[in-house]
Structures are given as structure tokens and as C-alpha cells.
Design a protein around this ligand. Structure first.
Ligand SMILES: *[C@@H]1O[C@H](CO)[C@@H](O)[C@H](O)[C@H]1NC(C)=O
Length: 222
């Protein structure tokens, strides 16, 4: 093998090692499970929840009915996301997982948002769901999901879901690979933050007037 090929091989291996290191999600658990102690008020602040005594663990701590009932979609966007997380499913603690039930009213929207700490896979169970995400080069990837179809939203990228049907609600279940994926709604982050982003910044960023900034803030309850 020539010196040049060896050098490029080392470069490729180094690049791979760096990429794999970055692909990690939540830290790995150090034990089989760490049932979240949701009762005692935290006296120390840690990355995740403290575990209860393993001798007190019951099967029910790995189960939840949190996703059994639809959330109310009577709100400004017509959607409701119900989570199964360490609060109602303490067995999820340190597993790097969150689940969500997404109910979307007829013509309802899960408005553009991102999850800074998780990729998401969504399966459509009822109705039609039009989904899309925009990558960092500005390309939109969009699909219409029918019952049984799944779609992946890559970690951190802005995505949306909407139900194009006029009559029937839609239902999806999502899995996210973090126990604390975080969610940032693009429009609210820009126009309803506390304190407010200076008007000049929004005028420049969106090429709009001060009146338009005020109107959008009012519409979003900002
Ligand atoms: C989601 O649904 C629950 C249960 O019906 C309700 O308490 C909650 O207010 C709803 N959230 C929104 C944003 O509508």
C-alpha cells in the first residue's frame, strides 16, 4: 500500500470515528434499569432522574396508559401531543426514549418545530397526515402518510405535520431517541419569546414592517 493511500485511509478512519462519536444520543445506562424517582423533590440536579431502590421495582413501572386517550385538539392549531416520558412511565429513565401520541383535528396542524436532542419516527395510525422537514441546505422533504406508513424526522431539523382531511381526525404515534427531546416551535420562538426579540431583528429577518411584527405577536399570543 502506498504512503498516500495509507494517509487517506487514516483520514477516512478518523472521520468515521468522529462521526460515530457525534451520532450518540443520550448517555448509556450503567444498570439494567433506573426507575425514575418521580416522588421526591430533587435535592441534587443531575442529567436525568435519580433511580428508586431496585428492590422496590414493579412491572407496572414499565407500563403506562398515558397514550390510550386522545388529547383535546380544541386549541389555536388543532393538535395535541400526549407524551409517555419519565413522569408517567418512570421505566423510560436512562433508556434514551420518549413516545408521543399525536392527535390532529380535521385541517389541524402540528406547526413547524424541532427537537434539539432527538430524531423522531412517526407512524400514522388513522387518517391522512402530510409531513415535511427542511434540511440545513433549505430542501423540503415531504410525504403524505396513510395508516401504517412511517416517516423519519432527522434530529434537530424543523418539521411539521398536518391533516388535510376536512372531516376526519388523524392519529399518529411517534418515538424519539432521547428521554428529553425538547421541542422548539419556530413561530413561537421568534414571535412569542420572553423577553421579546427586538422588533428590528424580526423586521430584518422576515422583511416585514413593525405593524406586521405586532400583528403576528398578537396572533400568537406573544
Ligand atoms: C391536550 O389534551 C389534554 C387532555 O384532553 C388537555 O388537558 C390539554 O389542555 C390539551 N392541550 C392543548 C394544548 O390543547
Amino acid at each position: 500500500m502506498s504512503t498516500i493511500t495509507t494517509t487517506s485511509l487514516i483520514h477516512v478512519l478518523l472521520a468515521l470515528a468522529i462521526m460515530l462519536g457525534r451520532a450518540k444520543t443520550d448517555p448509556d445506562p450503567l444498570q439494567d434499569y433506573c426507575i425514575a424517582d418521580t416522588k421526591s423533590a430533587p435535592s441534587i440536579f443531575m442529567n436525568g432522574m435519580p433511580c428508586i431502590n431496585p428492590a422496590l421495582v414493579a412491572a407496572s413501572m414499565f407500563a403506562t396508559s398515558a397514550l390510550a386517550r386522545p388529547g383535546s385538539t380544541v386549541n389555536q392549531f388543532g393538535f395535541n401531543v400526549t407524551f409517555a416520558n419519565t413522569a408517567n412511565l418512570p421505566g423510560l429513565n436512562t433508556m434514551g426514549l420518549t413516545m408521543a401520541r399525536v392527535d390532529i383535528a380535521p385541517q389541524g396542524f402540528v406547526v413547524p418545530h424541532s427537537h434539539p436532542r432527538a430524531s423522531e419516527v412517526t407512524i400514522c395510525l388513522k387518517g391522512y397526515i402530510c409531513v415535511g422537514f427542511v434540511d440545513t441546505s433549505g430542501h423540503l422533504y415531504t410525504q403524505i402518510l396513510r395508516p401504517g406508513d412511517s416517516f423519519v424526522f432527522p434530529r434537530g431539523l424543523i418539521h411539521y405535520l398536518y391533516n388535510p382531511d376536512y372531516r376526519n381526525p388523524a392519529l399518529a404515534v411517534a418515538g424519539l431517541n432521547s428521554q428529553n427531546p425538547g421541542a422548539q416551535i419556530a413561530s413561537l420562538a421568534m414571535f412569542a419569546s420572553t423577553p421579546e426579540i427586538p422588533e428590528e431583528v424580526l423586521k430584518k429577518a422576515f422583511k416585514i414592517t413593525g405593524q406586521e411584527v405586532a400583528r403576528i405577536r398578537g396572533n400568537l399570543g406573544g
